[in-house]
Design a protein around this ligand. Structure first.
Ligand code: SF4
Ligand code: SF4
Length: 395
């Protein structure tokens, strides 16, 4: 294995690449129509010039990225543009709105008791057991209305868990773009071989937060360890306890979202710590039709994919079994990197496993639609925010 892992790999034309740009255009047109319908916000919103402009910018960005995916046969680099933009736009527009409405990113206890706090998908990991045991939702977020209400978020999460499985971590999550971005900055990892056991960290966190939330009837992850409090909202620092929480939030954000992804080129928050990622893995293995497979007969055993995978989901065993590990988020980075085209998307039990191009298109129609629609409102809101700021400056 040692000698073959270092073999030079001869690049070949990727078999996922359509033969002509017309074929790529034909594959992009249905996506353009789907997104025009789902992103426009209806005729009432469309008559306002600034909203029309925001919609057109986001729609054009989406279809250019999708066309580039089709034309180049590459997935990850175009996915990452939208995914990272989503994470940054969400935080910027969310913080701006918090400051506009409340004057600060901090919530005090009165806000929390009045259920004025937003709900995010990670909360799902803490409310399931208490909901079964007590028939109540323990998170004090709004049931409907507001920035991110529970009812719409639960519907979106349920859809993602079934359709995308762990693919949610690369095609849906509005936080994932943060460590994805930092994991791309360095060309080579400084920390080359993180211990494989860290891949199970998210499952340990899931077990801990699910049981502690059930025992205490409190959303313990949000309350104590969510790194993304730094880029959304947090409990006001008014006591030693809340100061300690703030210290934990900042430390985890710096370590898991910035420093470790920079050093290891892995998405350490998503791969090692996030309980939602672990839940997606578990449901995805059973329910999601999509997976990434390796053709062990054509594989050159060069090891490029195992070094490239940002989730640590590939190792030497994957190259002999043909299967990715449980952390695979379907990002497509290994598919793009493989010099022999041995890695491909696959649709389980569809009978089209031997047609990697078709499997990829079927996956991209699901994954890209989910990402484009889920991010669409946030990106439009971000553009409106920038337009508003520019208008304010010019006045
Ligand atoms: S699957 Fe591709 S990238 Fe991975 S070891 Fe085989 S040839 Fe190399
Ligand atoms: S195995 Fe491939 S598709 Fe899955 S997370 Fe790793 S690089 Fe992405």
């Amino acid at each position: 294995m040692e000698s073959t892992m270092n073999m030079p790999c001869k690049p070949t034309r990727h078999k996922l690449q359509p033969k002509s740009w017309l074929a790529s255009l034909a594959l992009t047109l249905p996506m353009a129509l789907i997104l025009a319908l789902l992103l426009s916000g209806g005729p009432a919103a469309f008559v306002q010039p600034d909203r029309r402009f925001a919609f057109l910018c986001v729609w054009l960005l989406d279809i250019v990225l999708f066309f580039k995916m089709m034309r180049s046969g590459k997935t990850d680099r175009y996915r990452a543009v939208l995914f990272i933009a989503f994470a940054v736009a969400l935080s910027v527009s969310f913080i701006t709105r918090m400051i506009e409405v409340r004057g600060s990113m901090a919530f005090d206890n009165a806000d929390i008791l009045q259920c004025e706090v937003p709900f995010c998908h990670i909360v799902t990991t803490m409310i399931i057991i208490p909901a079964i045991l007590t028939e109540s939702i323990i998170f004090p977020g709004r049931i409907e209305g507001g920035y991110a209400d529970i009812s719409s978020m639960l519907v979106i999460v349920a859809g993602a868990l079934v359709i995308l499985g762990r693919g949610f971590c690369s095609w849906g999550c509005f936080y994932g773009g943060w460590d994805d971005a930092f994991s791309r900055i360095r060309k080579r990892p400084f920390w080359k071989n993180p211990p494989p056991i860290l891949r199970w960290g998210g499952f340990a966190v899931l077990l801990l937060v699910a049981t502690s939330s059930a025992a205490l009837l409190l959303p313990t992850y949000c309350d104590w360890v969510c790194p993304f409090k730094v880029v959304t909202e947090y409990e006001a620092v008014e006591s030693t306890r809340s100061a300690l929480k703030a210290l934990v939030f900042v430390s985890l954000f710096l370590a898991l979202v910035i420093v470790l992804p920079l050093l290891s080129k892995k998405r350490t928050q998503c791969a090692w710590f996030c309980p939602m990622g672990a839940l997606c893995s578990a449901t995805g293995k059973v329910l999601s039709p999509y997976q990434v497979r390796i053709d062990t007969e054509t594989c050159l055993k060069c090891g490029k994919c195992t070094r490239t995978c940002p989730m640590g989901a590939l190792d030497a065993d994957s190259l002999t079994s043909g299967r990715t590990g449980i952390g695979c988020s379907l990002c497509g980075k290994c598919v793009d990197a493989c010099p022999s085209g041995s890695i491909s998307y696959n649709v389980r039990m569809s009978g089209i496993g031997r047609s990697p191009g078709l499997s990829r298109i079927l996956f991209l129609y699901a994954g890209f639609t989910f990402l484009a629609v889920f991010s669409g409102g946030t990106l439009q809101q971000f553009i409106l925010l920038v337009l508003g700021a520019l208008t304010h400056i010019s006045l």
